[in-house]
Design a protein around this ligand. Structure first.
Ligand SMILES: Nc1ncnc2c1ncn2[C@@H]1O[C@H](COP(=O)(O)OP(=O)(O)OP(=O)(O)O)[C@@H](O)[C@H]1O
Length: 266
């Protein structure tokens, strides 16, 4: 959390998200007031707070969907207003739900995660398809690839959104209650997977969760920072990557979620 003074550590202490005096008002009603907080490279930040505390509002500001009414947010050192490298960030919003008539297939939704905001009409090449297959494989939803997203269960749709967020092999994953609607066995595998990604693959996490037990088990019982009703729990890892390769194929190939039966069939 704190900027290290130890030169050995500086390499993995670069700020990924910096919030300086960030405030947000919905129609004169203050939701977040003067928040100062930094997410550093290799942090796993768990954000806990009661309903209405402003968690989703904060994440939406960080990914540029809402503009702070005060203060400044920087992503990888760049002011949000100038930030363009959105492929460095994977975001899974809360309560995704597709209209059953939405025509896109699972593969198309996952592939759309590759295009970013600036490459909407990019041609899809073989490497893109391979990345997509790896992300589908990691989330155990290959067999759903050609199904229409709107026709899947809530838990299956959630897996699709996670695959979409992973497809770019992002440096920062922002997850807003990612396991809501997912069965408990799959939730456990999911947490196992993200812990592995945090410890071995140099991915920084910012995650909202109401799963207090899981958050405490991994991040401890003492919040590193509080602001209003928002509590930030932080775990920083110094574990060296045990692999030279950090590309998506490598990162995801071995991360296939466990479980005795294909969860996608549930
Ligand atoms: N579009 C909006 N217009 C006005 N008020 C809003 C709007 N969206 C959210 N709010 C209010 O802002 C506050 C923070 O909402 P937010 O969704 O960020 O909370 P949260 O911490 O994510 O809650 P939850 O745990 O229920 O998801 C709430 O009081 C909510 O009612």
């Amino acid at each position: 959390m704190q900027q290290s003074t130890d030169p050995v550590d500086v390499r993995c202490h670069q700020p990924v998200v910096s919030m300086e005096n960030v405030s947000f008002l919905y129609e004169q009603r203050s939701v977040i007031e003067k928040l100062n907080f930094q997410v550093l490279q290799r942090d796993f930040v768990g954000l806990i707070g009661s309903n209405g505390a402003g968690k989703t509002t904060l994440l939406r500001m960080i990914v540029g969907l809402l503009k702070p009414t005060g203060g400044e947010i920087r992503l990888f050192g760049t002011p949000l207003t100038q930030f363009r490298d959105w492929e460095r960030i994977g975001y899974v919003p809360q309560k995704n739900a597709f209209n059953p008539l939405f025509p896109a297939t699972v593969r198309e939704v996952v592939l759309s995660g590759l295009y970013g905001r600036k490459k909407l009409f990019r041609r899809i090449g073989q490497p893109d398809l391979k990345k997509c297959e790896d992300a589908l494989h990691a989330m155990r939803i290959e067999e759903l690839a050609d199904r229409r997203i709107g026709q899947l269960s809530g838990g299956q749709q959630q897996r699709v959104f996670l695959a979409r967020a992973l497809v770019n092999n992002p440096e920062l994953l922002i997850l807003d209650e990612p396991t809501v609607g997912i069965d408990s066995e799959t939730q456990e595998s999911f947490f196992h997977m993200i812990r592995h990604m945090h410890q071995r693959h140099n991915i920084t996490f910012l995650m909202v969760s109401h799963d207090i037990e899981m958050m405490h088990a991994y991040l401890g019982y003492e919040p590193a920072h509080t602001n209003g009703k928002l509590k930030f729990y932080v775990k920083h890892t110094h574990e060296l990557e045990n692999c030279a390769e950090t590309n998506l194929v490598h990162s995801l190939r071995d991360l296939r979620l466990g479980g005795p039966e294909p969860a996608a069939a549930r």
